[in-house]
Design a binder for this molecule. Structure first.
Ligand SMILES: Nc1ncnc2c1ncn2[C@@H]1O[C@H](COP(=O)(O)OS(=O)(=O)O)[C@@H](OP(=O)(O)O)[C@H]1O
Ligand SMILES: [Mg+2]
Ligand SMILES: [Mg+2]
Ligand SMILES: [Mg+2]
Length: 353
């Protein structure tokens, strides 16, 4: 029997690899071209460009699929200079393997076609059919600092994540490298860049992030926790994205003595999936914020396929069928399956749930 989602996985990994070539070019070669969104968060030419390249590949192979993506082209339609900068990047970023590049459908035809592709990410999502979730740069603030960020792509079918891919250009390639807070540095690309991927029921994998055809992958799994006191947990860099005083109290109650490792983006999910860290806590900072599906779809599946359990703070699985946001969930608690219950119990004590 042929495995399910083989083609989707290959397209997704190559699309992420090509998009990451673009984001790395932006970091190394360009003024970052940051603009502010309506919610005051930053978006760069890298976010728009990566989204265009990923959607182009998905449209080439799966034209009937819906797409929920973070960015939209409205601002670019009004700003010629910004649009031209992005088009210059998008039209010149290719995989350096001719076969792989052709497989993704090759170059986008025109600037206008690029804008239309970006806007194909406007689906409302939901619990029916095939829907891709894209975060072209997750952790935009980390990206700007030279810290961690991730190019994220997930496929949901009838509200369940079936394929997840995370490209993390600034994480160590080595799955066994110790977890360090990497919130920004001038480190070279040497030894850095990894793609995490998973297909439902088929386990999770890591492979070096390359520039052409896909490199060989290795299975990854979470580290069994024997002593909670020696566990390491990851959390957001921004205190506005996850409540860091609540997490410190939770860690204390679990007798965890290691300081938290703060890193931007879904690199946190990838890091615990390969056993570099143990627990990921994302604790609500407001009653009204709803997490976006593109911030979690790929990471949720990768951690679960690596032997973890991912829920919100109430202990419910993340529900991707509610639209563009995780409207039914509050926060995220990801941990090895064997200790997840113990972690949730303390989370609930501390949050008073
Ligand atoms: N208030 C609030 N609460 C929770 N999450 C929020 C909030 N505001 C924004 N966001 C989303 O956080 C995404 C980045 O999450 P991180 O865990 O990488 O945060 S951090 O950069 O480490 O602080 C970030 O993703 P990107 O915009 O792709 O960077 C946002 O979608
Ligand atoms: Mg953003
Ligand atoms: Mg994001
Ligand atoms: Mg983003």
């Amino acid at each position: 029997m042929t495995s399910l989602y083989t083609k989707e996985l290959e397209v997704a990994q190559l699309a992420v690899q090509r998009a990451a070539r673009l984001t790395k070019r932006v970091f190394h070669e360009k003024a970052k071209g940051t603009v502010s969104k309506d919610d005051k968060s930053p978006v760069t030419i890298g976010d728009f460009g990566a989204q265009a390249l990923i959607i182009a590949a998905l449209q080439h192979h799966f034209p009937g699929d819906e797409i929920v993506a973070e960015e939209e082209a409205a601002q670019l339609r009004e700003d010629k200079a910004l649009r031209e900068q992005i088009w210059e990047l998008v039209s010149t970023t290719k995989l350096d393997d001719v076969v792989a590049e052709r497989f993704l459908g090759g170059a986008i035809e025109s600037e206008e076609a690029m804008l239309e592709l970006i806007d194909k990410g406007g689906s409302q999502g939901g619990g029916r059919g095939r829907i891709w979730a894209i975060d072209p740069i997750d952790g935009t603030k980390g990206f700007l600092r030279g810290g961690q960020y991730a190019v994220c792509l997930g496929l949901m079918v009838d509200g369940d994540v079936k394929v997840g891919v995370l490209g993390c250009p600034n994480l160590p390639v080595d799955d066994a490298a110790p977890l360090t807070a990497d919130i920004g540095s001038n480190a070279t690309d040497e030894g850095r860049g990894v793609i995490f991927s998973a297909v439902v029921g088929q386990g999770a994998t890591s492979r070096p992030l390359g520039t052409g055809a896909l490199a060989e992958g290795k299975n990854i799994s979470m580290k069994p926790i024997t002593e909670m006191s020696s566990a390491t947990f990851c959390e957001s860099v921004e205190s506005g994205h996850s409540n860091q005083s609540d997490s410190a109290r939770i860690a204390e109650k679990l007798n965890i003595t290691n300081p938290s490792v703060r890193m931007d983006s879904q690199a946190k999910y990838g890091s615990i999936a390969r056993g570099a860290g143990d627990i990921y806590l994302r604790l609500p900072t407001s009653k009204t914020y709803q997490e976006k599906i593109w911030d979690h779809a790929a990471g949720d599946l990768i951690v679960r396929e690596a032997g973890g359990q991912v829920t919100d703070t109430t202990g419910s699985r993340l529900d991707f069928s509610k639209g563009r946001t995780l409207a039914a969930n509050k926060g995220v608690v990801a941990a090895p399956a064997a200790v997840h219950g113990q972690v949730i119990k303390v989370v609930q004590e501390v949050l008073g749930l």
